[in-house]
Design a protein around this ligand. Structure first.
Ligand code: 9D3
Length: 245
């Protein structure tokens, strides 16, 4: 899969994506990432990418033409059927389901804005969709584009190890994770749950599912409402709640 990010801060995107899971996926040619700077597509001596808003008011607006030409360059380098997504606070909030569909694309062009926003005609004429990463304010679209790149890349075949990718489509989908422990066995008065120290893997799986259900019930009841629990899971959750008292 090919990612292209249109951004005034190409170094930020390339550096961050070069770390960890995404960095390894790039090295291994499972994904490619290119950044396109609208400033490189300006036509004036001052390389102007922004201008004052019609109607007045605070802040600046990104100009149409440098953005348009940067996206065209990214399309030229890739495929005709590229999807263009503007990362924006007005966008559709991304979900795991949306990101799973995105894995099927050959090329995704992510446009990261800065300043107060971008010329609306670019959103209308040049973008297929508008995505948000949630209802809070960040300073520009770069971190949002990186969130999308990271979340999509880890879903691609061959990116994660067998164990991690098995975990992804497991039965605990839509639940919070169970607690994790490693050595030492004792820290102050806190010891590792006994069940994890024995080798009974069926019991361990049962305990982990119970913890996942219990923690989701405690911390994210909204997630639990969306799920259809099996009879076994209903029992485990009831046990968890009873044991709280
Ligand atoms: C404080 C300025 N806001 C006035 C109502 C408008 C505004 C403009 C530009 C708010 C944020 C931004 C920059 N944000 C993004 O580019 C962005 C974003 C976000 O802020 N939150 C969630 N998802 C995204 S995706 C891109």
């Amino acid at each position: 899969m090919r990612f292209d990010v249109v951004t005034l801060f190409p170094d930020m995107v390339i550096a961050a994506a070069g770390c960890g899971v995404t960095g390894r996926a790039i090295e291994r040619n499972i994904v490619s990432l290119s950044a396109w700077n609208p400033r490189d597509y300006t036509l004036d001596r001052h390389r102007t990418v922004d201008d004052r808003p019609y109607g007045g008011g605070p802040g600046m607006v990104m100009k149409y033409q440098p953005l348009h030409d940067a996206v065209q360059a990214a399309k030229q380098a890739g495929v005709k059927a590229a999807k263009v997504v503007y990362m924006s606070p007005q966008g559709k909030p991304i979900t795991q389901a949306l990101l799973s569909e995105t894995c099927e694309l050959e090329q995704l062009i992510l446009v990261a804005g800065r300043y107060e926003g971008i010329d609306e005609r670019f959103v209308e004429q040049d973008c297929d969709e508008e995505w948000s990463i949630g209802d809070y304010v960040i300073s520009g679209g770069e971190l949002a584009a990186l969130v999308v790149i990271d979340a999509v890349t880890r879903l691609l075949p061959g990116v994660l190890g067998d164990e991690d990718s098995a975990q992804q489509d497991s039965h605990s989908d839509g639940l919070l994770d169970c607690p994790h422990f490693t050595r030492p066995e004792q820290i102050a008065a806190c010891s590792v749950p006994q069940v994890l120290l024995g080798g009974n893997h069926a019991e361990i799986e049962r305990w982990r599912m119970k913890q996942a259900l219990g923690r989701t019930w405690q911390k994210r009841p909204d997630l639990l409402k969306k799920k259809n629990l099996s009879a076994e899971q209903e029992n485990l959750l009831r046990e968890f709640i009873v044991e709280l008292v």
